[in-house]
Write a new protein. Structure first.
Lengths: 322, 361
């Protein structure tokens, strides 16, 4: 029984002892987790927007993040000033949204949701190939300074230690909060926003009161394209812009499970839980498993969570009928 | 025309319910097998065998596995690559512990481990459905990938982290390892794939297979009609993972020769999913068509630029083939959601009624 009590202590006691003996380090870990959680939440937000409006589970959201960032950086590297490159990129995302609606969605109306999911997987492949073909597959550094985003870091002395805040992370948190609030206002106050919510509630009823589904879909894909661009800029500023981001974006799927597919607050809270949870688990429990547990923690957490609550935290209760 | 069943009368129920009720189909299958077993090894070059035919068969078997789960039982899975990895690693460990046992027995046994892991990760399917389930299979993918890296016991603690296939003999002929000729390896794979496909075809049209299809079409209705969801969903996971596991073991032992964890990453899961989609969900013929299509298309695309005297980088052709495959997936989902297999079936129907545009069959 000796090994049992030893391993119980290693799992249940000593991580917490470590946490409280070095609170400044704990705070640093939580902050890092919070920032990556915000980025997961932003990707998940893009998913939720599209899923609510069109019932499409957009697997391509992750690659849209990479694609948007890649377009921005590549256009700037051609010698275009940063603000103009940003405008052009927004235009490209708009064209992409219209194109996707015309070519893919319009032709797949009323199909089974697994088919729509697979169509977006096909879209992922197209965007990946196009991105690599036109802009090259090698990692690029994000044009952080040119966009007027802060760089550098500042220290905060607390608990007899210091916690380091990267300015770009603080900016990311701020921008994310502003964007979520802007989206909330857009959804509840504007004409288009209300039409979006109507479409999300019931496609046919929305059609019958004269809302154009095609238009709404294009708008909602454009909106999540903008979200993808912002995410891409923030993420690219923390690490380089490369196609490796796509795998990280898959974690947003686990976030979605926690938050439910249709809930914007769910996406944000889920993102924060996954972000902070996986950092804490990696730092304090990871060594017990030999490290690298970040790769699967989010999915396993989501899986365990789903076993007890299949509809997610804020999802609507699933009622099935024959 | 040739494909006409006039005059073929069924005189017993057994004949009526045969796997291939039309005589021309049976002849075509026999011809296909003769070509595959005799024609291809005799006429094909080593390159053709080892970089086109062997991968094609391996992927076709994996696609059969995924199609059982996704196309027949309706449980979308994104963890095929990891289940192939379980098969490969367990075959490697078995080969280490039982060096004298027939390698084919070991390959077939390694699928059992994959099936067990598949059942474990299939348990959530009892409560979770549809897209949610697809995401939980990602848990299997990433967790197993992590295991392949971190559990050093799996690759015998060697420094490279890769599994190297040992030399094994069968009837005094080298079937695995560096001295095995492509022809031998091709014939071994072909035999296993042919037999396992035959088994799958019969399981699928039997009681178990039909219960999977009922679960796929509407699980609550199936449950009300006396199908046990626990039993059918888990058996679908077990069966599918067994096929994927054997495909993974074949991939490492008879094709790659050595493999690292990258051989089982999520991109391979997607690759096999694409084969199933393009080939046709719920069709065994479709698995082979999809595998051939997805595997051979990049080879053809690579061959086109030199044919026209153009010089193109390997990376560029890969990007172009990504774009083409992605567009084709969307195209197929729009035009024919049931894939190549459905087109093939339509063609056969047309032939049966030719020269009339339709017939009351």
């Amino acid at each position: 029984m000796e090994w049992l009590s030893a391993s119980l202590e290693a799992i249940l006691v000593s991580p917490f002892r470590d946490m409280f003996s070095m609170p400044d380090f704990l705070l640093q870990v939580v902050w890092e987790g919070f920032v990556s959680g915000i980025l997961y939440a932003l990707v998940a937000l893009g998913f939720v927007l599209i899923f609510k409006a069109s019932g499409v589970f957009n697997f391509a959201q992750g690659i849209m993040v990479v694609f948007a960032a890649l377009v921005l950086v590549s256009i700037h590297n051609m010698g275009v000033p940063a603000w103009l490159a940003l405008v052009i990129t927004i235009g490209v995302m708009g064209l992409l949204a219209i194109g996707i609606e015309r070519v893919v969605l319009r032709n797949l109306v009323n199909q089974h949701d697994a088919i729509l999911l697979m169509a977006t997987i096909g879209l992922t492949l197209v965007l990946k190939g196009a991105g690599q073909l036109f802009f090259g597959g090698e990692p690029k550094s994000m044009i952080t300074e040119e966009l007027g985003l802060p760089t550098g870091s500042s220290d905060w002395e607390v608990f007899d230690g210091i916690v380091i805040f990267q300015h770009i992370d603080v900016a990311a948190a701020g921008i994310a909060i502003i964007m979520v609030m802007a989206l909330a206002i857009f959804f509840s106050k504007t004409r288009i926003g209300r039409a979006l919510r109507a479409v999300a509630d019931d496609h046919q009823a929305a059609l019958s009161v004269g809302i154009s589904l095609h238009q709404i879909w294009a708008i909602v894909w454009f909106a999540s394209g903008i979200v993808a661009l912002v995410t891409g800029i923030m993420w690219g500023a923390r690490s380089d812009v490369s196609f490796a981001l796509e795998i990280i974006a898959l974690k947003a799927l686990a976030v979605l499970i926690l938050g439910g597919f249709t809930s914007v607050p769910g996406a944000i809270i889920g993102g924060l839980i996954v972000g902070i949870g996986e950092k804490l688990f990696e730092v304090y429990w990871g060594p017990l498993f030999g490290g690298g547990v970040e790769a699967w923690f989010a999915y396993v957490l989501a899986l365990i969570f789903l076993l007890f609550r299949p509809q997610g935290m804020f999802g609507e209760r699933i009622i099935e009928r024959v | 025309m040739l494909y006409r069943e006039a005059g073929q009368f069924k005189t017993s129920y057994a004949a009526d319910q045969a796997m291939l009720p039309i005589r021309q189909d049976r002849i075509a299958l026999v011809l296909l097998l003769v070509v595959a077993f005799l024609g291809v090894p005799v006429l094909g070059s080593d390159f053709f065998l080892s970089s086109i035919m062997i991968p094609f068969l391996v992927f076709a078997l994996a696609a059969v596995g995924l199609n059982i789960l996704t196309g027949y039982a309706g449980q979308l899975s994104l963890g095929t690559g990891a289940f192939m990895g379980v098969g490969a690693y367990s075959c490697y460990k078995l080969a280490t512990y039982f060096p004298d046992t027939n390698i084919i027995v070991l390959v077939l046994a390694s699928g059992v481990f994959s099936a067990l892991i598949g059942v474990a990760f299939g348990l959530p399917s009892l409560r979770i459905k549809g897209l949610y389930l697809a995401i939980t299979t990602l848990a299997a993918q990433f967790f197993l990938e992590w295991c392949f890296i971190r559990i050093e016991w799996l690759y015998n603690y060697n420094d490279s982290g890769a599994i190297e296939v040992p030399q094994r003999m069968l009837f005094n002929i080298a079937v695995t390892g560096p001295h095995a000729t492509p022809t031998t390896r091709y014939l071994v794979i072909l035999s296993i794939v042919a037999i396992m496909t035959l088994v799958a075809a019969n399981v699928l049209r039997g009681r178990i297979g039909r219960s999977w299809m009922m679960i796929r079409d509407m699980d609550i209705a199936a449950e009300l009609m006396g199908i046990r969801p626990l039993r059918s969903k888990l058996s679908a996971f077990a069966f599918s993972s067994y096929y994927c596991g054997v495909a993974g073991a074949l991939m490492v032992f008879f094709w790659l020769g050595s493999a690292e964890v990258e051989a089982f990453d999520i991109n391979h899961s997607f690759l096999i999913l694409f084969m199933v989609i393009i080939g046709g969900m719920g069709s065994l013929t479709g698995c082979f068509m999809g595998a051939a299509f997805i595997w051979v298309l990049p080879v053809i695309i690579r061959a086109i630029p030199p044919f026209f005297g153009l010089d193109m980088l390997a990376a560029t052709t890969e990007h172009i083939s990504n774009i083409i495959i992605g567009s084709l997936i969307i195209f197929f989902l729009i035009v024919e959601p049931h894939g190549l297999a459905r087109l093939w079936q339509i063609a056969k129907e047309k032939l049966r009624t030719w020269p009339f545009p339709y017939a009351s069959s």
